[in-house]
Design a protein around this ligand. Structure first.
Ligand SMILES: [Zn+2]
Length: 287
């Protein structure tokens, strides 16, 4: 079936696409959605919209307004004045972003996460006898997090919602995070995040540094920050601020240096090797 590609990225269905049936609970909303899809190039006026719903459903406009509202739960339908005669028209612009279906975590993957990562909330430790556990994306999908084992963890309902609210409050920073996440090493991910925040004239919240560090095994983002400062020579200043009893920690990047050609990991390893050599030499001297 041919599809129209929108700049929003998600292609719109053809008016006849049977998948539209599954979006809405009612046959009437489905018909309304098809009507708006059909008339995208020639957006209907209020009068045409009402005439259509009257003809299709034989009902008053209370319902046609409700249909419109339901269509808007999945699609952006703009009401605007038409140039020329100034009539109000309803133009279906594309998929609504929030409605982009969150990718389903298969029962098999859920079972794997529970069995290997533990059947308890990874924030408060509560088990299934105390709370309702959900599988959560560690890095939200909207920031490029994938639906795969490494990026999933069990959380209780309460912490899952709390975390979502926290991330929603940081949504302006999504692009900065999406920029930092694909980098190879934790130093680069943290460093690139700090650079992106510096470009926005902001200090970086420690929670985001921990998030992009993504070291599930022997993670120590604070150590990586120290290495950025003392091994790679970046000027990073921590800030602590108490607000409503909670200490907010942010890191302000004052200046960065180019990444070493051998890579951050190799530079840090070399620094560690020299430090150990020096220590060994000192021990020898002391003997
Ligand atoms: Zn919890």
């Amino acid at each position: 079936m041919p599809r129209v590609e929108l700049d929003g990225g998600r292609p719109l269905p053809e008016p006849g696409d049977p998948a539209i049936d599954e979006l809405f609970g009612s046959r009437e909303t489905t018909a309304a959605c098809r009507f708006l899809l059909e008339r995208r190039q020639n957006a209907p006026t209020m009068a045409e919209w009402l005439a259509y719903s009257q003809q299709a459903f034989g009902k008053a406009n209370v319902h046609s307004q409700r249909r419109l509202r339901e269509v808007r739960s999945h699609f952006v339908v703009e009401s605007r004045r038409r140039t020329g005669d100034g009539e109000w028209v309803y133009e279906l612009k594309g998929w609504k972003k929030e409605a982009a279906a969150a990718s389903k975590i298969s029962p098999r993957l859920q079972a794997e996460v529970f069995s290997k990562k533990g059947r308890y909330c990874h924030m408060c430790g509560a088990g299934p006898d105390q709370v309702r556990l959900q599988i959560d994306h560690i890095i939200p999908e909207s920031w490029g997090g994938k639906t795969e084992f490494e990026n999933l963890e069990p959380l209780c309902e309460e912490h899952n919602h709390g975390k979502q609210a926290f991330f929603a409050s940081l949504d302006n920073f999504g692009p900065a995070i999406a920029h930092a996440l694909p980098k190879q090493s934790p130093w680069e991910r943290i460093g690139e995040l700090l650079i992106a925040f510096k470009e926005m004239a902001q200090a970086t919240p420690v929670e985001l540094i921990e998030l992009v560090a993504q070291e599930t095994h022997k993670g120590d983002p604070k150590k990586r920050l120290r290495e950025l400062r003392y091994v790679l020579g970046w000027d990073i200043v921590p800030h602590r601020r108490k607000s409503e009893g909670v200490t907010e920690v942010t890191y302000e990047l004052r200046s960065a240096l180019p990444w070493p050609p051998e890579g951050a990991q190799a530079a840090v390893a070399e620094y560690e090797r020299k430090r150990k050599e020096r220590k060994a030499a000192e021990v020898k001297l002391a003997d």
